[in-house]
Write a new protein. Structure first.
Length: 76
């Protein structure tokens, strides 16, 4: 179910990296700005969890990672 701010056909991309510079470089390299993607929230530490509560296990080999999510509105 979509919230009032989003639609089911809005598109999201999350980039995970070691630092903000790596994430920003990937954003530029992938041409996401030219594809009308904008950042949803600032780059920061994220905790990942499965919806069913299952164990994440060795995701990222236990290394601390940062993430940023970018969105493109379906109403372009």
């Amino acid at each position: 179910m979509a919230s009032p701010e989003t639609r089911d056909d809005d598109e999201f991309v999350t980039i995970i990296g070691r630092d903000a510079e790596e994430i920003s470089k990937t954003f530029r390299t992938e041409g996401l700005a030219e594809q009308q993607f904008t950042i949803v929230h600032r780059i920061g530490r994220h905790r990942f969890a499965f919806a069913d509560g299952g164990p994440i296990g060795g995701l990222f080999d236990g290394r601390p990672m940062l993430a940023a999510t970018f969105a493109r509105s379906a109403r372009r």
